[in-house]
Design a protein around this ligand. Sequence first.
Ligand SMILES: *[C@@H]1O[C@H](CO)[C@@H](O)[C@H](O)[C@H]1NC(C)=O
Length: 414
Amino acid sequence: MDHRNATLWKCPVLISSDLVLAENNEKEFVLTELYRASPDGPMLSFPRGKYNGAFLDSRPHRELFRRRRDLMGHALVMANVIQDSNSTKEHLLKEDRLELQNDAAVKICWIAARHAFEMLNATRRHIFSYRWGYKVDGEWSGMIQDIKSNRADLATNCVLYSERLDVVTFTDMVAPLRMRFVFRQPPLAYVSNIFSLPFSSNVWVAIAVCTAASTLTLCLTSHWETKVEKNPTQLDGSISDALLLTLSAVAQQGCFVEPKRAPGRILEWFLFTALMALYAAYSANIVVLLQAPSNSIKSLSQLAASKITLAANDVDYSRFVLSPYKDPTHVHIYRRIMPEGEKPNFYHIHEGVEKIRQGLFAYHSIVEPVYRRIEETFLEQEKCDLTEVDFVNGFDAFTPVKKDSPYLEMLRVV
Ligand SMILES: *[C@@H]1O[C@H](CO)[C@@H](O)[C@H](O)[C@H]1NC(C)=O
């Protein structure tokens, strides 16, 4: 031991470092790897190989992870973000599967982290944060600040924002997490004139042309009839009587003047039958259209232009994720949720989902708890017109690990 440099043995050579000590024992160089599993743990040494003109590698595995995965009980701290209810703290640690609707992502991440810690033989520690972490005036808050100030090594999945990359590295997506506006499409009757929709415009033109043609032909046949006989309930051969009869057919009404002879009657019969068929088709279509959703809102700009109420989940993140945008569409939507000088449109998830059900209401939230509540409260047909629109345009959520953490590689692999 005498030749071993005491200073070197005190160095904080942590698990991510690749330090090899080469000792010359006259015949050859003996190579030894040195590292510590935790900053205050003992220095561990493992043979790396020998060198005497040629290098002989004696590592059992080439991957750093497989050689160093035993952290020997070093304590790793997980930061858990509690947003929905403080009772999550209790259920999370007991893992009793109660109140699953609260902080679902946190619970999934906790279970995954538990297995990761077991694989690394690390001691499991936890802290609770009450905010995901946003940079306001250069200062971080919440979970990201906890990681930055070394209170935690890793944390709950969070959405990837580029400025968070200054503090953390994102590893794996343990629990998918999406933030969206969820709403039911406004009914078709609300956004367009459903009276003209049952037929295409070509059909409307064809009906007008046929009506005009039958007016003319009725006029001709009745003109001929008046030469054969005269009768008080007969068409008098003028264009106005012919028009009266065709318009009453269009309106599905009877008319007291009518043709008396076969040509006019055949014409009248066909006119009434054709218009009756059209009338039946029209009514059937209107009934369908009255209940149809519109599909009119598919993008954020359409949502901004629509007249439906915009609101957000009444939790901490809603106060941060909606604001940092500069373009007019985002600002407009933000202002509708948080009108200046008025109470912001924040609703508890139960109230928000009920308002989605009633319609003309878009609710911004992490979608998983919203859908869970929808499943509990919606009828099947009320789910058909549900739509999502993305506001934050973010990436998925990934598990953050402190950027310069020596355990980054280990955590990334497990
Ligand atoms: C939970 O408790 C913390 C600290 O006591 C508090 O800051 C936070 O607002 C609480 N969260 C909820 C959802 O009640």
